[in-house]
Design a protein around this ligand. Structure first.
Ligand code: FES
Ligand SMILES: [Fe+2]
Length: 435
């Protein structure tokens, strides 16, 4: 690690003014130097990054490609059943090796000079290694063992495949913590999942704004006001948040309450003066909003957010893995994998896909979230030394709540982000070494 005066890599104006993370400096969403640091300190640091699902690569040779931050990675199933992950960049002269999203191959061959890698990412053969007719070839000191692809350490939990670059990263189960583990069990282990579709949504905002969005149940009945009009989700519903001790992993939930969902008259008063609430609005097809939950625990919405880029979401009977793929400081691709389960009836499968229409990028909810994040990105890009205000639900301590109108779990996210990025304590000048 080389020492560079921090002013050379980071704007002096970047300050975290509050040690409860109720203020977040806006430069964090825009500065390309911060983004580059995130790629190193965070995505190549002590984090477990979601890579894919075991059910996507069930057989020997199955592979998929994905992103860890902005690094392209291949995930494979080897003959002995082991799952491997390694960078999709040839050890010779840097070509991308696999240029498809998924498939099956018993080895991976770089298209440029045909170097061959096995399913663990080791270099096994290269044409002309010994030259031709006694001439040319690699020097005697060349050893294939020294030229494998850069590997990630892999661990699996509940069929979710994770990879990390750092030997310092704690074991996966400890990293995820008890709340996340219980929800992974509820959502992905009790029934055997199967992939029923993929969608991608490019959002013109920083990837961390999406992390704020999914830790923010407060906006659900405001930005997505149609949900209140239709009695789908209202501020009167019961719910809360649970976090691990560091705030990096969060479980937001809302509990369906029949009584509260019907009390739309009281809501009209709550939204008085907004000019937005339209209690008389009706769906042409109300069945879309009258879903009989397929789990019997009465949770209507559960959003499990795992640092840094994984969300497992249940909205009614729609189950989705959302993976954030940063594309520079001002863009993120949201990659969504929709799940059904092995014993789904055709009708249930149909209903799950119908709900995808409702909340997916072509529906209302994801569309509105994407637009809100674009507006924040636009609204903050020229600001220096300014910050957001995160006080809803209380300031100071970062604790679980049994209410939904809160931004406390967002503060939990920032506390952990701040730690992984090794920023100095709030209010102090930044004198770290460059990453
Ligand atoms: S760049 Fe891959 S074999 Fe040459
Ligand atoms: Fe939303």
């Amino acid at each position: 690690m080389k020492t560079i005066p921090i002013e050379a890599v980071r704007p002096v104006a970047l300050r975290w003014p509050a040690d409860d993370f109720s203020r977040v400096p806006y430069e964090i969403f825009h500065d390309p130097r911060i983004y580059q640091e995130e790629m190193q300190r965070l995505f190549h640091g002590p984090t477990w990054n979601y890579l894919g699902l075991e059910v996507e690569i069930p057989n020997w040779g199955d592979f998929l490609t994905t992103w860890v931050g902005d690094t392209h990675v291949i995930v494979t199933r080897a003959k002995n059943g082991a799952v491997h992950a390694f960078e999709n960049t040839c050890a010779h002269r840097g070509s991308r090796i696999v240029d498809t999203v998924r498939g099956n191959a018993k080895r991976h061959t770089c298209p440029y000079h045909l170097w061959n890698y096995n399913l663990a990412g080791e270099l096994t053969a290269l044409p002309l290694e010994k030259g031709h007719n006694g001439k040319g070839g690699m020097p005697p000191c060349f050893d294939k063992k020294d030229h494998g692809l850069r590997k990630l350490r892999v661990a699996i939990c509940g069929g979710l495949i994770f990879g990390t670059y750092s030997e310092q990263t704690e074991e996966l189960q400890a990293y995820l913590g008890p709340h996340s583990l219980s929800q992974i069990d509820r959502l992905l282990v009790q029934r055997k999942p199967k992939v029923i579709g993929y969608l991608r949504q490019k959002i013109p905002s920083n990837w961390k704004l999406y992390n704020e969005n999914v830790r923010d149940p407060y906006h659900a009945s405001l930005l997505h006001l149609f949900q209140v009009s239709f009695g789908i989700q209202t501020p009167a519903m019961q719910g809360g948040i649970k976090m691990d001790k560091e705030g990096k992993n969060t479980w937001n939930h809302s509990i369906l309450s029949e009584q509260d969902a019907k009390s739309r008259e009281g809501l009209a008063a709550a939204y008085a003066d907004t000019g937005k609430f339209m209690p008389d609005l009706e769906l042409a097809d109300p069945s879309l909003a009258q879903v009989k939950l397929d789990l019997d625990d009465n949770y209507k919405t559960t959003i499990l957010s795992m640092f840094p880029t994984l969300i497992v979401a249940q909205v009614d009977n729609t189950y989705a893995i959302r993976h954030l793929r940063p594309k520079g400081p001002d863009a993120v691709e949201l990659h969504i994998t929709y799940l059904g389960f092995e014993n789904d009836t055709p009708q249930l499968l149909h209903n799950r896909l119908l709900s995808v229409n409702f909340i997916g990028p072509a529906g209302y909810i994801s569309l509105e979230d994407g637009e809100a994040l674009r507006l924040v990105q636009e609204g903050t890009k020229s600001l220096r030394g300014a910050h957001s205000v995160l006080e809803m639900g209380g300031i100071g301590e970062i604790n679980d709540t049994d209410y939904m109108s809160q931004e406390i779990s967002i503060r939990g996210f920032w506390r952990h982000y701040h730690r992984v990025m090794q920023f100095p304590p709030a209010g102090h000048a930044d004198t770290r070494e460059a990453a």
